[in-house]
Design a protein around this ligand. Structure first.
Ligand code: ZN
Length: 423
């Protein structure tokens, strides 16, 4: 081997380590700021909320926020260690060699490599998932999962993932090997088609495997909500109540599907916690996302970003240094599509992390727009009181670190939203 690929490979290893370290240090720094800021404001409820929020609730939110941030740090550090294990320490290379010995080269081996990589990753995440539900959420009174349901959810997830993911992966790998130099364009088309299909199938086929959906019964509430929908010029196939309380005390409402398959879903926990006017206001906020075309904009962004990603993958998959720099020796005679895909999907989040603040800012702007829409079409005082109840019931802190908010928060903190809703 001449010296050029070797130096390119070393350079790429160095860039990879640098990105990993920079990401980890940034996470550490931001989490430290957030935990300090919340702890410093733990002793007293902020003046603006003093009349409406008790000290005990404020302190619970502070403790919950700190515990969640700490767990997030642990997850991030563990993820980085696992990534180094797969790449520079040779885990992926060893797995690839073993599967090639067993199955011989070909599409089956590539599919097995992808499946084994995903399965091992999921197994490694199990202990923290358990800890999150049965220690953290349990401690703050949010967990409603039983170990049995947790296990059943996990098994269902694996089966559905395999049923949908394996055919998709086989098609992608086949296209990568056979579709010529523009394969990345074809795979992008398949990927977008799969995402749209999932949007269409999720509400009616997949979600009911995990939860029960019943038509909204309460006639008074139903009339009220239908009036709101008509007022906003919105057509939905149905109003449903989901047994969210089966898993968690956190409350929510959402829209799913598109075109004629649209439906409105309320968590039963939301209906228990909010008064009818407040439910109206929360629904109006969700309608705002739809009417202001936020959902369409998100889809367009997904399409653009994934096209760029597939084009980048198309180029990287051809570069020897892309593999060797990450601890893998590719086959020189057989396609390396599965390896390329796995390495790319492992490295992409390192870059994505630094885009987080842009996406968060965009999302927060959408939240303000949806709030403004709700204030127009429902009662703004109802929205304000509903938001405060939801922030309190979810133990969201009222005093986050401003920089942490800018980087991560997809929703503006309660203070900012209520300020804009004040008459
Ligand atoms: Zn929203």
């Amino acid at each position: 081997m001449d010296s050029l690929p070797l130096s390119a490979s070393l350079l790429w290893s160095a860039v990879f380590c640098l990105l990993l370290a920079a990401g980890l240090l940034t996470r550490l720094w931001l989490a430290g700021r957030q935990m300090r800021h919340v702890a410093q404001h733990r002793a007293a409820v902020p003046a603006a909320f003093a009349e409406r929020i008790g000290l005990a609730a404020h302190q619970k939110a502070a403790d919950y926020t700190i515990a969640k941030t700490r767990l997030g740090l642990l997850e991030g550090s563990l993820g980085a260690a696992i990534l180094i294990g797969w790449t520079l320490l040779g885990g992926l290379h060893a797995l690839n060699q073993a599967l090639t010995l067993w199955l011989g080269p070909g599409l089956v081996q590539q599919l097995a490599l992808l499946a084994a990589f995903m399965a091992i990753g999921a197994l490694l995440e199990l202990p923290l998932s358990w800890y999150r539900s049965f220690r953290l959420e349990q401690h703050y009174g949010f967990n409603r999962l039983t170990p049995r349901l947790w296990l059943a959810d996990g098994l269902k997830g694996v089966l559905i993932g395999a049923a949908l993911g394996l055919p998709l992966a086989a098609l992608l790998l086949w296209l990568m090997d056979r579709a010529g130099s523009t394969w990345w364009l074809w795979t992008w088309g398949v990927w977008m088609g799969f995402n749209l299909l999932l949007l269409l199938l999720y509400p009616t086929l997949i979600a009911p495997l995990f939860n029960r959906f019943e038509p909204l019964q309460d006639p008074a509430l139903k009339t009220r909500i239908e009036a709101l929908l008509t007022r906003c010029g919105f057509q939905a196939k149905g109003l449903f109540v989901m047994d969210g309380s089966k898993r968690s005390a956190h409350a929510n409402a959402y829209f799913t599907g598109f075109g004629p398959a649209k439906r409105v879903v309320f968590f039963d926990t939301l209906l228990q916690q909010l008064a009818p006017g407040e439910i109206d206001a929360v629904l109006a906020h969700e309608l705002g996302h739809f009417k202001r075309r936020h959902i369409l904009q998100r889809l367009a962004l997904l399409a653009g970003l994934s096209l760029a990603a597939f084009a980048l993958l198309g180029w990287l998959a051809q570069q020897l240094w892309f593999y060797t720099g990450l601890g893998v020796i590719p086959s020189l005679t057989q396609p390396n599509s599965a390896l390329a895909l796995i390495l790319f999907l492992s490295v992409l989040p390192l870059l994505g992390f630094f885009v987080t603040p842009l996406l968060s800012a965009w999302s927060r702007r959408h939240e303000f727009e949806a709030d403004a829409f709700a204030a127009e079409h429902a009662d703004r005082r109802d929205l304000a009181s509903a938001l405060l109840k939801l922030y309190q019931d979810n133990a969201s802190t009222l005093t986050p670190d401003p920089l942490y908010v800018r980087f991560y928060y997809s929703h503006p903190p309660a203070g900012q939203r209520l300020e804009r809703l004040a008459p």
